[in-house]
Design a protein around this ligand. Structure first.
Ligand SMILES: Cc1ncc(COP(=O)(O)O)c(C=O)c1O
Length: 430
């Protein structure tokens, strides 16, 4: 049954006509307006400045997800065995088109962590004592753990190229990676947009560097889809994984893994199921019984993303993130941490000096500061211990308002260290 026929079903007509209404909401109101906020379920009267961690799914996309769940439950056997393979490939074709990627190299995975694990744990069979796996000090914590796990299995060594933060220019990133490459380096694992520092790496240059040295490269693009325009076939990495639930408005549990054709035979999902040795697509399309509705909702997520203005939204997000970090920098009197060109929808700013911790455990201090912001001021924003200091990383999403960022700036400016230390104490006693 062609995918398009399914989309003509009664429920989908409602969803499609709702998308047209949403287009007019975006074309007639400003980002951050009440009408746009109402397209989401985010609670009223909170300052939700952390789209970056898990994204926020619009109501319309959740309705589409429910449509797919109901469709599955109407005849589960027919759905799983006959319809799902077709729907899933159709959904992947839409996503591939959006990413400028060849659909035959694409697979859905539940999240970037799963994509990273699939590649790293497939490739580890080739690694042994003496081999070096190169990443950077900006690597995401869960990916670092995956690398530590494979190091313990293979006795390969994990090397972290040290990239300064604050940073002056892109060349510092390329140079730090290049100077950490040795004749023992067998694999590169590099972020496209970093988690703790929220900066965009010059990934094309890094991929070219890896290939000039004959080293395969896995790109962690967890934050990239929707935040920046992606042309995966032009980048030509060896592998690329990215989330659709962070910046592309998909339901949670919707991500992809792109694998270069030359690696598809030896790239396997971490969970092996019926598709083993039947080819890349079959292996990844089924890794056991699951709720596939997040994948199938991608068409509605892409429609919603288009309705936001897409290119206009991306330009707005980076311009707003730059404006807000400039504001935080001047109110908190801490330096800007990167050139504007490295900023997408995220920006990290160092906290003011009157709040710098004088304790060893920066992680516990960051967690306590987070909890003070949330519990006393209803501000949800990540507080990150990184590069020997404490950072606050703001996100810019369509529902955020200038007032929320100004409130954050003032709350932090007026906060006293004793509030944070008291929170630490109360958590220790709990
Ligand atoms: C750079 C990076 N990689 C991987 C992940 C993991 O994403 P997920 O939890 O969706 O697997 C994140 C999440 O924030 C991230 O920022």
């Amino acid at each position: 049954m062609p995918y398009n026929n399914v989309r003509k079903g009664r429920d989908f007509e409602v969803i499609n006509s709702e998308i047209h209404r949403i287009e007019t909401v975006f074309s007639s109101s400003q980002y951050g307006s009440k009408r746009i906020q109402q397209l989401f379920l985010i609670e009223d009267n909170i300052n939700f400045l952390n789209n970056g961690s898990f994204g926020a799914t619009p109501r319309i996309v959740l309705s589409a997800q429910q449509f797919w769940r109901e469709k599955m439950e109407m005849q589960p056997i027919r759905f799983m065995t006959k319809e799902l393979p077709i729907y899933q490939r159709s959904a992947l074709a839409l996503l591939a088109n959006f990413l400028h990627a060849d659909v035959s190299s694409m697979a859905f995975v539940q999240n970037a962590t799963t994509g990273m694990n699939a590649v790293i744990r497939s490739q580890m069979m080739k690694w042994s004592a003496g081999d070096e796996i190169l990443t950077t000090n900006h690597v995401y914590g869960a990916v670092r753990n995956t690398l530590l796990y494979v190091a313990s299995c293979t006795h390969a060594t994990i090397i972290e190229a040290s990239i300064p933060f604050p940073i002056m220019n892109e060349q510092q990133i390329v140079q730090a990676i290049e100077s950490a490459i040795t004749d023992k380096t067998v694999f590169l694992c590099i972020d496209h947009i970093t988690s703790p520092s929220g900066i965009i790496f010059p990934i094309k240059q890094i991929i070219e560097l890896a290939h000039s040295k004959g080293i395969p490269i896995l790109v962690d693009g967890a934050h990239a889809p929707g935040m920046i325009d992606l042309y995966i076939e032009d980048l030509q990495p060896d592998w690329y994984t990215g989330n659709c639930h962070k910046w592309l408005f998909a339901p949670k549990g919707c991500a992809f893994l792109w694998t270069h054709p030359k690696h598809q035979k030896d790239t396997h999902p971490t969970v092996i199921s019926h598709g083993y040795l039947l080819g890349y697509i079959q292996e990844f399309d089924w890794t056991g019984t699951n709720d596939f509705s997040a994948y199938l909702s991608i068409s509605t997520a892409l429609d919603f993303y288009a309705a936001t203005g897409a290119a206009t939204l991306r330009a707005y997000q980076s311009q707003k993130a730059i404006e807000i970090r400039n504001l935080l920098s001047s109110v908190w009197n801490t330096p800007l941490a990167s050139p504007d060109s490295m900023i997408g929808s995220l920006a990290a700013q160092q906290i003011p000096s009157h709040l710098w911790p004088d304790i060893q455990d920066h992680q516990a201090y960051a967690e306590a500061l987070h909890d003070v912001l949330w519990e006393k001021y209803a501000i949800e924003v990540p507080v990150i211990a990184f590069s020997k200091t404490i950072w606050i990383r703001i996100s810019v999403q369509v529902f955020n308002t200038d007032e929320q960022y100004h409130y954050l700036a003032e709350v932090i400016k007026k906060m006293r260290k004793k509030e944070i230390l008291a929170m630490m104490k109360s958590k220790n006693q709990a």
